[in-house]
Design a protein around this ligand. Sequence first.
Ligand code: 2PG
Ligand code: MG
Length: 409
Amino acid sequence: MRIKEIKGYEVLDSRGNPTVAARVILENGAEGFSISPSGASTGFFEAHELRDGDKTRYRGMGVKRAVENINGEINKKLCGFCVENQSQLDRILIDLDGTENKARLGANAILAVSLAAAKAAANGLKIPLYRYLGGINAKVMPRPMMNILNGGAHAANNIDIQEFMIMPILTETFAESLRVCSEIYHTLGKILKEKGKSCGVGDEGGFAPNLESDTDALDLICDAIDKSGYTDKVKLCLDVASSEWYKDGVYCMPKRNRTLETAELIDYYQTLIGKYPIISIEDGCAEEDWTGWGSLTNSLGAKIQLVGDDLFVTNTKRLMKGIENNSANAVLVKTNQIGTLSETMDLIRMASKSGYKSVISHRSGESEDTTIADLAVATNAGQIKTGAPCRSDRVSKYNRLLVIEDEIG
Ligand code: 2PG
Ligand code: MG
């Protein structure tokens, strides 16, 4: 199955900002189409998202240059290439770019092509993407880690913690997990309404009210779980996104203007875990605070899941450092942090070999692209974080998983 043509497009993401789409067309007529997502609380060490910087278009956020790179150099290089050879195709893209962080062609351009190529191959073979990527071993439906209350960089409210998520732990199917989460989401909406709080939503579809404190948010969510009839059946997960707080060696929560030393922050988590059914904390320490991550993992690593997002940025080199230093015990997986499908799958393999869990994740800026749903099943990752049951950019992934579950049984 040889590539006939690759086309790039400037399209919009869920925040209405430009992003890159790619279409890979094969000589046999099969095609694949994919759209790169885009983050707001981006890690410093992520692959580079190429933007035009031309202030006369989209406030400088246009991606015409990245699209031109697809239509020009990338198309020229990959025309005639056998699309099933994904790792070599990704290697060619990496070498063609020639930089450490994909800054020349743009990780947004490279990723869209990498994912579209995999989809074209799957379509050409007439098999679903999860089957193409995972083979006969693709069989584990992920548990949703569902963000129902937004704060931090994802909402214009007064909450410093970025994501408050729920995870059903006793459900037997994905469909049941989704139903439970959706019911709790609606109960939370009702509670907020009764209290006269805003039911407007943040970037990932979770509610984004102004509240007294972060614990106020946790109390409301626990209340919603109880009122929905799922006490003890649903646990809580947080994405603190603390890289956003870290400055000059201390953590300053910007919205409440509260400053904590690393040890105080870990104590704060200890208190929260003692009081609430929290089973996972993401980015509990900042991307550069390796010492803090060591202490955090020593203190809490045996009790709960500690997920590295900005810390690892889906990069095997950084994950290796984390494994060697006993930092975190799980990794967040975002395809656009690294920029190719093969590198993403390499990371998941490395994590699994080292006893680290993987959580497949969306970005706060998303689209109708559902690749991560297939990726979660293909890699048997077991967990997916893809926002609230609200807004099609989030719901499309859940809906894709419902179809996959129906197919694999
Ligand atoms: C995160 C993500 C996704 P963003 O921090 O985990 O929820 O947010 O895409 O803004 O980095
Ligand atoms: Mg995160």
